[in-house]
Design a protein around this ligand. Structure first.
Ligand code: NAP
Length: 268
C-alpha cells in the first residue's frame, strides 16, 4: 500500500537514499533539512525546513507539513550526527549538544507528530538509532550515550502507544558509508597527556570503522521493509558483523571486550 512518509535529515546519507527509493516506489515522501534551499531542484521529493535543535522550528513544522499532505502514515526519525573523542576530554557543552540533537531533537519531533497519529489511531514511528545503542565502543561515549537514551525512550514509549495502534521500531546500523564521518565533531581536546598514546590509537580505530564502512543499501532496504511491514519488529540491527557482535556480547562477554581492546591496541 502506498504511504505518506516523513523523513528527517533527508538531504544526505540514509535519509536521502531512503527518500529517493520510497519516492521512486510511488510513496508520498516529505523530507527535511536545516537548509532545503541548498537542495532546491536536486531532489525529486518535497524537502521542508526543520532544525531539530530549534524549538520554534519544530513547533511551526506540523502546520507547514499538513499544508502539503492530509494524512501521515510514517515518521522516520533519522536526523543526527556523531561526536567522537575520549569521554574525559570531551567538553561538556559538546556532549550536551550531542544529546540536544540526537536525543531531545528526536523526542521533540516525535511529540510534534504524535497528536496526529493518536487522532487517526494509526501511525508508524521508525527511528535510526545505532549499534552503539546496544554496545559501547571506546571513543564514542557521548554518541553511544545519546543513542542508548533514544533506544531506552522508545523501548518504554512503544507500550504507551500500543492502545492507539502506533507501531514503534528502531534501526541499529553498524558502520555505513554516508557523510556521518565527515560531519562528525571530533571532541578530544588533547588536554590530558596520560591519554596521548590511547587517544591516537582510539582515533585511528574510529577512523578505520569509518573507512571500512559498508555501502548504505542494507540500512535503506531495512527501513523500507519496516515502512511496508504490517507488524514491524521493534529492534532491527543491520550490518555484516552485527549478529556476531551481539552474540559475543551476550554469550562470550570477556571475548567480546577483549576484541574491542585489541582493535584499539592494534590501531595506528
Ligand atoms: N552512517 C552510519 O554508519 C550510521 C550508523 C549508525 C547510525 N547512524 C545514524 O543514521 C542517521 C543518519 O545519519 P547518516 O549516516 O545518513 O549521516 P549524514 O549523511 O551526515 O546525514 C545526516 C542527516 O541529518 C541531518 N541533520 C543533522 N543534524 C541535524 C539537525 N540538528 N536538525 C535537522 N537535521 C539534522 C542532516 O541534514 P541537514 O544538514 O541538511 O540539516 C542530514 O540530512 C543519524 O541519526 C546517525 O546517527 C549512522
Amino acid at each position: 500500500m502506498k504511504q505518506t512518509v516523513l523523513i528527517t535529515g533527508a538531504s544526505s546519507g540514509f535519509g536521502l537514499m531512503l527518500a529517493n527509493k520510497l519516492h521512486a516506489e510511488g510513496h508520498t515522501v516529505i523530507g527535511t533539512s536545516r537548509d532545503p534551499q541548498k537542495y532546491a531542484g536536486k531532489v525529486p521529493f518535497k524537502l521542508l525546513r526543520l532544525d531539530i535543535d530549534d524549538d520554534a522550528s519544530i513547533e511551526a513544522f506540523p502546520s507547514e507539513l499538513f499544508q502539503h499532505i492530509r494524512k501521515l502514515d510514517v515518521l522516520v526519525n533519522n536526523a543526527g550526527y556523531m561526536v567522537t573523542g575520549l569521554a574525559e576530554e570531551t567538553p561538556l557543552d559538546v556532549a550536551r549538544q550531542q544529546f540536544e540533537t540526537n536525543f531531545w531533537g528526536t523526542v521533540k519531533v516525535t511529540n510534534a507528530i504524535l497528536p496526529y497519529f493518536r487522532k487517526q489511531r494509526s501511525g508508524k514511528l521508525i527511528t535510526v538509532s545505532s549499534i552503539v545503542a546496544l554496545i559501547g565502543p571506546p571513543n564514542l561515549s557521548f554518541y553511544s550515550a545519546s543513542k542508548h537514551a533514544v533506544e531506552g525512550y522508545f523501548k518504554s514509549l512503544r507500550f504507551e502507544l500500543n492502545p492507539f495502534n502506533i507501531k514503534v521500531s528502531m534501526v541499529e546500523p553498524v558502520w555505513f558509508k554516508t557523510n556521518l564521518g565527515s560531519n562528525a565533531v571530533t571532541a578530544s581536546s588533547g588536554s590530558i597527556a596520560d591519554y596521548d598514546t590511547y587517544r591516537r590509537k582510539a582515533n585511528a580505530a574510529t577512523q578505520k570503522g569509518i573507512d571500512d564502512a559498508e555501502a548504505p543499501d542494507a540500512v535503506v532496504a531495512k527501513i523500507s521493509d519496516l515502512v511496508n511491514a504490517k507488524e514491524p519488529k521493534f529492534s532491527n540491527p543491520v550490518g555484516k558483523m552485527v549478529g556476531m557482535f551481539l552474540f559475543l556480547q551476550s554469550y562470550a562477554p570477556k571475548m567480546f571486550e577483549g576484541s574491542i581492546l585489541k582493535s584499539v591496541s592494534k590501531a595506528a
